[in-house]
Design a protein around this ligand. Structure first.
Ligand code: ARG
Length: 484
C-alpha cells in the first residue's frame, strides 16, 4: 500500500501471471547476480532524468535515497517480483510512495536488463582475463626455471622428438595469450550501453544516452535501439572465447595428468586428491575437473546459441533464460584458469626421469635423417635409412648398418661419426633447433622475454579498463551524494 492508498503492485499482479506459472516466469532468484548492477543502472538513469529535468530534483533525491535503503537491505529483502528490476521498483515505491514510480520514466526492463548484464559481465570477464594473465605468468616462471630441462615430446602420444619443459610451458603461454586477447576484445564489445533504448523503439523523452553510458563506465552506447534491447551476440562471443580458453585448459590439464602418470612431475598436494579406499593413491582429480570445465563452457555456448537462434526482433522472454548460461560459463572457466595456474606453477618436475625418457623410442631419429639430408642425401632416402636403423636400434651402430644397406658409400663418407653421436643425444638435438620459436635454450630465452613483455602490456591494458570502471563508480557516487 502506498501514500495514495493504491496498491499498484497488487493491481498489476492481480491480473497477470499470479497463477501457477508465477515462479516459472520469475528470474528474481537468478537476478541476485545483477542486484548491484541494477542499482547502479537505476542511479545513473535517475541522475540523468534529473539533469534533463524529466524528473524533479527533489523527487530524484528521494528515489536515490530509497535506492540506498534498498541496497542496504539487500537482495533477499526485496519484495516478490517477476525480476529484480520490478522488485527494486516496488521496493522504492513502498518506501516513498507513487513518486518512486517515476524512476521507470523513459526506460523499459528490456534496455534495463541488457544494461545490467553488460555491467555485471564486464566485471566477470575482467576476472577471467586476470586469471589468464596469472596463468601466463606461472607458465613463464616454469619456463624460466627449465630452459635446460630436457623432456620427451610426443605426437599421437608416442615419443616423437626431445624438447624442453620451458618450450612446452611457453607453448601454452602463447595459446593463452590469444585467449587473453580474445577476452579483451569481447570486453570492449560488452562495454557499451544499451540504456535509453527503452522497450526497443526509443523514447519520446529527451534522454541523454551518452550521459548514462558515461556514468556507468561504458565506452559509448549501442546506437540502434532495437539492436540495443535485443542483441545478445556479446554473450555468445564471450562464451565462445571462454570455450576456446577452456579447451586450451583441458589440453594443459591432460598433459599434466599424463606427465604425473609417467613420473615426469609430481603435483603439489594442494592440487591432488586421494582415494577413499586405496590409501596409497595420489590422484590428479583437480586437473581432471579443469579438463571437464570445457564441458561447462561449450555447454553454455550451445545453450546460448540454441536459445538465441531464430529469435525475432525485438525483445522476447527467451532472453531471460539465455543469460545464466553465460554466468555459469564465466564462473567455471575463471576458476578453472586459476586452478590450472596453481597446479602448473607448483608442480615439481623430475629432471632425471625426464632426461632418461627424452631419448626413448629413438626420439632423435629425425635429427639423424636431417644430418644425412644436410650432407646431400635426399631427405626421403635419409628417412628410409633411419627408419631401417630404427628397426635395429637407436645407436651409431644401427645407423651405420642401415646406411651400408641403403646407401652407396659408408656412413662416414657422408657425415662425421661424432656429429651422428651428438645428434643421438637428446640435449644436443634440442640445442641444434635454435631458429625462432624452437626449443634450443637461446631461442626459448627470446620467446620468454617476448612473452614477459606481452604479459606486461596486457596487464596495463587490463588496468586501464579497471581504472576506468573505478573512476566511473566514483563519478556516479559523487552525483548521487550531491542529490540525496
Ligand atoms: N527479466 C527479464 C530478462 O532477464 C527482463 C524483463 C523484461 N520483461 C518483459 N516482459 N519485457 O530478460
Amino acid at each position: 500500500m502506498t501514500g495514495d492508498g493504491i496498491d499498484r503492485t497488487a493491481v498489476r499482479r492481480d491480473r497477470f501471471s499470479g497463477g501457477p506459472a508465477r515462479s516459472f516466469l520469475s528470474s528474481l532468484a537468478a537476478d541476485e547476480r545483477i542486484f548491484a548492477a541494477d542499482l547502479a543502472v537505476d542511479r545513473a538513469h535517475v541522475v540523468m532524468l534529473a539533469e534533463r529535468g524529466i524528473v524533479e530534483g527533489a523527487v530524484a533525491g528521494e528515489i536515490l535515497a530509497a535506492l540506498e535503503a534498498v541496497e542496504s537491505a539487500g537482495h533477499d529483502a526485496l519484495p516478490d517480483g517477476e525480476d529484480v528490476h520490478e522488485a527494486i521498483e516496488t521496493a522504492v515505491i513502498e518506501r516513498m510512495g507513487p513518486d518512486g514510480g517515476r524512476m521507470h520514466t523513459a526506460r523499459s526492463r528490456n534496455d534495463e536488463v541488457a544494461t545490467c548484464i553488460r555491467y555485471r559481465l564486464r566485471e566477470d570477464v575482467i576476472e577471467t582475463i586476470e586469471a589468464t594473465i596469472g596463468l601466463r605468468a606461472r607458465l613463464a616462471d616454469v619456463a624460466a626455471d627449465h630452459t635446460g630441462t630436457i623432456m620427451p615430446g610426443y605426437t599421437h602420444l608416442q615419443p616423437a622428438q626431445p624438447t624442453t619443459v620451458a618450450h612446452w610451458a611457453l607453448s601454452y603461454e602463447s595459446t593463452v595469450r590469444r585467449d587473453t586477447a580474445r577476452l579483451l576484445d569481447a570486453y570492449d564489445r560488452i562495454n557499451r550501453s544499451p540504456l535509453g533504448a527503452a522497450a526497443f523503439a526509443g523514447t519520446p523523452f529527451d534522454v541523454d544516452r551518452e550521459r548514462t553510458a558515461e556514468l556507468l563506465g561504458f565506452d559509448g552506447v549501442i546506437e540502434n535501439s532495437i539492436d540495443a534491447a535485443s542483441s545478445r551476440d556479446f554473450l555468445l562471443e564471450t562464451t565462445g572465447a571462454l570455450s576456446t580458453l577452456a579447451t586450451t585448459l583441458s589440453g594443459l590439464a591432460e598433459d599434466l595428468i599424463v606427465f604425473a602418470n609417467r613420473g615426469f612431475l609430481e603435483l603439489d598436494d594442494d592440487y591432488a586428491s586421494t582415494s577413499s579406499i586405496m590409501p596409497q593413491k595420489k590422484n590428479p582429480d583437480t586437473l581432471e575437473l579443469v579438463r571437464a570445465v570445457a564441458g561447462d563452457a561449450v555447454g553454455g555456448f550451445a545453450g546460448l546459441a540454441t536459445t538465441l537462434k531464430g529469435l525475432p526482433r525485438a525483445y522476447n522472454r527467451d532472453l531471460q533464460r539465455a543469460t545464466p548460461h553465460a554466468w555459469d560459463a564465466v564462473d567455471a572457466v575463471s576458476e578453472a584458469t586459476r586452478v590450472a595456474a596453481g597446479a602448473v606453477g607448483t608442480a615439481e618436475w623430475d629432471g632425471e626421469t625426464l632426461a632418461a625418457e627424452a631419448g626413448a623410442g629413438f626420439s632423435t631419429a629425425t635429427g639423424v635423417a636431417d644430418l644425412l639430408a644436410a650432407a646431400g642425401v635426399p631427405f626421403r632416402t635419409a628417412h628410409e635409412v633411419v627408419a631401417s636403423a630404427a628397426e635395429r636400434g637407436a645407436d651409431f651402430g644401427a645407423v651405420a648398418a642401415a646406411a651400408e644397406e641403403h646407401l652407396e658409400d659408408p656412413l662416414e663418407s657422408y657425415v662425421d661419426p661424432a656429429a651422428v653421436e651428438a645428434t643421438l643425444d637428446p640435449a644436443e638435438s634440442v640445442a641444434s633447433r635454435s631458429s625462432t620459436g624452437g626449443p634450443a635454450p637461446e631461442a626459448v630465452e627470446e620467446t620468454l622475454s617476448d612473452a614477459r613483455g606481452r604479459l606486461e602490456a596486457d596487464r596495463e591494458g587490463l588496468a586501464a579498463r579497471t581504472d576506468a570502471l573505478a573512476a566511473a563508480r566514483d563519478r556516479l557516487d559523487a552525483e548521487v551524494d550531491a542529490r540525496v
